[in-house]
Structure formats: C-alpha cells, structure tokens
Design a protein around this ligand. Structure first.
Ligand code: S3P
Length: 168
C-alpha cells in the first residue's frame, strides 16, 4: 500500500510520515528529497534556477515513477496535490491523508523556517499569516479531497494504525 501524506508547508508531513512509516514497517520517502536527489540540487535552487513550472513537472514525474517498494509512506510537498492532477492520481494509486493545521499554527512554525522555503522566503514576517491563510484556503479545495483528514492536534504515533483498524 502507498500512503500519501499531504498538507501545507509546516504541517508536519515529514515528522509524522517517518514515525508512521516506522510503526507500519513501511519505507519512508520525502518527495522533495527524491526530487533533490534526481536533480542533484536543492528545491530552493530548482525554483530559483529553473522556475516553479519546471519544479512542478519534476515533482509529478518523481511522484508517479516511485513504484518501489510496494509499501511506503511518502511526505509530499505542500503544492503536490494542487498541480497536474496529482491528487486524482494519488487517490487512484494509494491512500491519501491530509494533515490539517490552522493558519495560526502553520504561521508560527513557518516563521522559524522561512529562509529555506522558496514560496515564502520573500514575505515579510508581518504579512506571513495573511499569505498562509489565503493560500491554505485556496489549497484546501485540493487537500480536502484526500480520503482521510487528520487534524495535526490529534496526530500521535498510533494515528495511522487506528485509522486503518477503524476502516478495515
Ligand atoms: C511547496 C512546499 C515544499 C516544496 C516546495 C513547494 C509548496 O514542500 O515542495 O518548496 O508549494 O507548498 P514542504 O511542504 O515539504 O515544505
């Protein structure tokens, strides 16, 4: 089974993805890292040197060509479900889980990590909340099409197991 974790930047996809993959004894992938390895450069460099459209193409290609192993948990990028029909593809090829956080919570976390994130590094600290709120609102159209929604405040090491026991 392939488990796709989606959600806004800073929602904890990588953090929980690693813990949940461990609990299920599944392989863990971070989609940004897969792309960085293929391109031999950072996501920030891909954005600044080749532009967002190029990154989105590479992101879709990386997502859809990860066929091995059979069982894995993958932390997608915040924009992954919102481009190139990726969400439809994920829903057809595995289980999708939206890690849902509030704009307030995300802003608090992102303020500390702004510099490494191409989409927000140019935004003034005082404007970040409004940016996150607007973008989150736009993106939830996609995120909420996930098969499961897990509020981050309810996330714990047993969440995935509980979810699957509940629905099996
Ligand atoms: C992006 C989120 C990032 C990364 C890229 C674009 C986005 O991933 O893919 O900077 O569009 O929200 P994380 O959500 O893992 O930070």
């Amino acid at each position: 089974m392939k488990i796709f974790l989606i959600g806004f930047m800073g929602s904890g996809k990588t953090h929980w993805g690693k813990i949940w993959a461990d609990g299920l004894q599944y392989h863990f992938y971070d989609l940004d890292e897969v792309i960085e390895k293929k391109e031999s450069r950072s996501v920030a460099d891909i954005f600044s040197e080749s532009g967002e459209d190029y990154f989105r193409d590479k992101e879709t290609e990386a997502l859809q060509t990860l066929t091995h192993p059979d069982n894995y948990v993958i932390a997608c990028g915040g924009g992954t479900p919102c481009f190139n029909d990726n969400l439809q593809w994920m829903n057809a090829n595995g289980t999708t889980i939206y890690l849902q956080s509030s704009a307030e919570e995300l802003t608090q976390r992102l303020l500390k990590e702004k510099a490494t994130r191409p989409l927000i590094k140019h935004i003034d600290d005082n404007d970040l909340f409004l940016f996150v709120e607007k973008k989150l609102h736009e993106r939830e159209t996609f995120y909420l099409q996930a098969q499961y929604v897990v509020p981050t405040i309810k996330a714990d090491p047993t969440t995935l197991k509980q979810l699957f026991i509940l629905h099996s």
